[in-house]
Design a protein around this ligand. Structure first.
Ligand SMILES: C[S@@+](CC[C@H](N)C(=O)[O-])C[C@H]1O[C@@H](n2cnc3c(N)ncnc32)[C@H](O)[C@@H]1O
Length: 255
C-alpha cells in the first residue's frame, strides 16, 4: 500500500501546461510567478476590494463550514497578503494558531501590515515545517501556481496530524460553451480592465490576465481529487459553491 502510494507521488502533475505567452520554458515558470507576485503585492488587496471584500467573507464562512474551530492549529499555504490567514485567525481565536507560508517576499511584507502572526517563507511543494503538527492545511486561490500537485499534496499530508484536514479554495470555470463564454468575458476582460482603471498599474492588470489563463487551462477537478487520494488522503472531494467563481477541495488524513 505504502509502495503504491509512493509510486503515485513520483508522477509529476503540473496544474496546467506551460503558458508560452508569459514565459518561454517550463523551468522559467516559478521565477516568472514569483516576480509577478512580488511586483503586484501592493495591489492585491485593491483587487480584492473591487469585489467589495466579498471573497474574504466567503473564505471565512467556507472555512467555518469545513470545521475550523477555536483552539485549532492552521497552516495557511500561499498565504499572500493574508486573505485566508485573517479569516482563519478569527475562527481559531486566541487559543489557536495560524502560520502563513508563501515564497513571495513582497506578499509576505504586505501580509505583515495587517497582522502580527507567524509567517514563513517557503514553497507548497517543499514546506519548511515539521510533520504531524496541524489540524488544518488551508490554501486560497493558489493551487495553479505549484509546479506539481502531487508533490504539494504529499507535503500537506505530511504536516497534518492524523485526522487533520485540507481545505483548498480554487476558481471554477464552467464547461458549457455559453457559461464558459460569460465567465471568460468577466475574468479575461471586465476584471483586468477594472483592475487597470482602479490601480493604474499594467502589472496588476497582467496579474488578472494571468489569473484567467491559469484557471482556464487548469486540470479538471476530478484529476485534482484523484491526486489528493493518490498521496493518501481519505474522503477527497470537490464542492462547487459559486458557479463561475469558487470551488473547494476537501480531504482528510486518516487517523
Ligand atoms: C492569488 S495569491 C493567493 C493569496 C491568498 N491565499 C488568497 O486567498 O487570496 C497566490 C499566492 O501563491 C503564492 N505562490 C506562488 N507559487 C507558490 C508555491 N509554489 N507555493 C506556495 N505558494 C505559492 C504567491 O506568492 C501568492 O502569494
Amino acid at each position: 500500500m505504502a509502495n503504491e502510494s509512493n509510486q503515485a507521488t513520483e508522477k509529476r502533475l503540473p496544474p496546467h501546461s506551460p503558458l508560452r505567452e508569459y514565459y518561454r520554458a517550463d523551468e522559467q515558470r516559478e521565477e516568472y510567478v514569483m516576480e509577478l507576485f512580488d511586483r503586484t503585492a501592493k495591489y492585491y488587496d485593491t483587487v480584492e476590494k473591487l469585489f467589495l471584500n466579498g471573497g474574504l467573507l466567503y473564505r471565512r464562512l467556507s472555512m467555518k463550514f469545513a470545521g475550523i474551530r477555536p483552539g485549532m492549529k492552521i497552516l495557511d499555504i500561499a498565504t499572500g497578503t493574508g486573505a485566508v490567514y485573517r479569516g482563519a485567525a478569527r475562527l481559531v481565536g486566541p487559543s489557536g494558531l495560524v502560520v502563513g507560508v508563501d515564497p513571495s517576499a513582497g506578499m509576505l511584507a504586505e501580509s505583515r501590515k495587517s497582522h502580527g502572526g507567524p509567517l514563513v517563507r517557503g514553497f507548497a511543494q517543499a514546506l519548511p515545517i515539521a510533520s504531524d503538527h496541524f489540524d488544518f492545511v488551508t490554501m486560497g486561490i493558489a493551487l495553479r501556481h505549484v509546479p506539481d500537485l502531487r508533490a504539494a499534496f504529499s507535503e500537506y499530508f505530511r504536516v497534518l496530524k492524523p485526522g487533520g484536514q485540507v481545505w483548498i479554495l480554487e476558481s471554477h470555470v464552467p464547461k458549457s460553451p455559453m457559461a464558459h463564454a460569460m465567465t471568460k468575458f468577466l475574468w479575461a476582460k471586465v476584471i483586468p480592465g477594472m483592475t487597470l482603471l482602479s490601480t493604474g498599474s499594467r502589472d496588476a492588470k497582467l496579474l488578472m490576465d494571468y489569473y484567467w489563463d491559469t484557471i482556464d487551462k487548469c486540470v479538471e477537478p476530478p484529476e485534482i481529487v484523484s491526486a489528493l487520494s493518490d498521496v493518501g488522503f481519505a474522503d477527497a472531494r470537490s464542492n462547487l459553491i459559486v458557479p463561475g467563481a469558487f470551488l473547494e477541495y476537501r480531504a482528510r488524513k486518516p487517523s
